[in-house]
Design a protein around this ligand. Structure first.
Ligand code: UT7
Length: 336
């Protein structure tokens, strides 16, 4: 390859893994005050997967990573960067990336977790892309994985979140591209002033006495909280904005887009984004009905399923777009 030509990175393998346990809306209505009708009308979700009591996020991330490696025909010795996007690591520290480095038999390469919620997979792709384009790394593993239902209040008190979220993992291998296909650009954002609309306080160093927090009145800090309507209102603005940013950066128009793979937050958010972009829903990949909102895992799972359904072809322009806690939002333009 011409040394002076600007390099690109591309996804050369992708895989996903979800827990076996399927939880339907009907199942939820047996232990909290909700209904299949409410959930489907407000979110589009029919079912989701939940990890079992003895499953952790690494149990989802490892098989997803192995599938991506097999598809890319990449061996453990080839990988020189590991990034795991997750909010629900097995332990408070270290990150899941350390477990992946060990369990996948990788060399002692750089491995770290990133905690930017639903935007984390796109952030991870962006970081890997910089390392690959600079020539610092050659083969990166980027995983988006969540076992977040372990943290969710599964009573009526937590129903706004319990009906929405699910568990799963998706992984991608990124390598340097020798042709026109690959990541064209990535765009990352954060607006921390809104962070309290979607957050979980503990365990955190804001607590005056973390060790005893679970045994005193602070125990309720160990539960994610969401101002759903505010998050919704922000998401429907930020998604189109960051998609347009990706198009403008590459001198492309919305008519050039073959498929948008949005973070699967809520069907109504995806419908609203399509309307704002003047796009048919057929240009928005949707699988939230089967998995719910799997936070950092939703985009890689959606890419896998879109590929399997023949909805992504060689040469297509694909836009990944995400919005989530932080608030963070991000996009990636990819020539497949
Ligand atoms: O991944 C990115 C982060 N998250 C998101 O993108 C989520 C964005 N927000 C949302 O998806 C929606 O705001 C929700 C799905 C969370 C809630 O839908 P909504 O249409 O905004 O409902 P709402 O919060 O305005 O609540 C409407 C009613 C309330 O009852 P009243 O006050 O009208 O009597 C809620 O108490 O629905 C009630 N409600 C429920 N009812 C049955 C809230 N959750 C439920 C539930 N089942 N699970």
């Amino acid at each position: 390859m011409d040394k002076h030509k600007i390099k690109k990175s591309k996804i050369t393998g992708i895989g996903f893994h979800v827990p076996e346990h399927v939880v339907t809306n009907q199942d939820l209505s047996t232990f909290m005050d909700t209904s299949d009708e409410w959930i489907q009308i407000r979110t589009g979700i029919q079912k989701r997967r939940w990890v079992s009591r003895d499953e952790a996020v690494s149990d989802l991330a490892i098989p997803a990573a192995k599938k991506a490696m097999a598809e890319a025909n990449v061996f453990p010795k080839d990988i020189d960067l590991v990034i795991v996007a997750t909010l629900s690591s097995d332990y408070f520290f270290p990150g899941v990336s350390s477990q992946l480095q060990d369990k996948l038999g990788l060399r002692t390469v750089g491995a770290f977790d990133i905690k930017v919620a639903c935007s984390a997979f796109v952030y991870g792709i962006s970081i890997a892309d910089q390392y690959l384009r600079s020539g610092t790394c050659h083969t990166a593993l980027v995983v988006g994985a969540e076992a977040q239902t372990k943290f969710i209040n599964k009573t009526t008190k937590g129903r706004d979140m319990a009906v929405l979220f699910g568990d799963g993992a998706g992984a991608a291998i990124l390598q340097v591209s020798n042709n026109e296909s690959g990541i064209l650009s990535t765009h990352l954002h954060c607006e921390g002033k809104n962070l309290y609309n979607l957050w979980m306080e503990g365990p955190g160093s804001s607590s005056p006495d973390q060790i005893n927090a679970m045994t005193n009145e602070q125990a309720n800090t160990y539960e994610p909280l969401m101002n759903g309507q505010e998050v919704f209102k922000n998401a429907v603005v930020r998604f189109p904005e960051v998609i347009q940013e990706a198009l403008d950066h590459n001198n492309l128009s919305i008519n050039d887009v073959s498929l948008i793979i949005p973070h699967q937050a809520n069907l109504r958010i995806i419908q609203s984004v399509a309307k704002r972009l003047n796009l048919g829903l057929d240009k928005m990949y949707i699988n939230i009905q089967r998995y719910g909102n799997t936070t950092a895992a939703s985009i890689p799972i959606a890419i896998c399923e879109a590929l399997a359904e023949g909805k992504i072809c060689k040469g297509d322009l694909i836009i990944l777009a995400a919005f989530g806690a932080g608030y963070t939002w991000a996009s990636a333009a990819i020539r497949w």
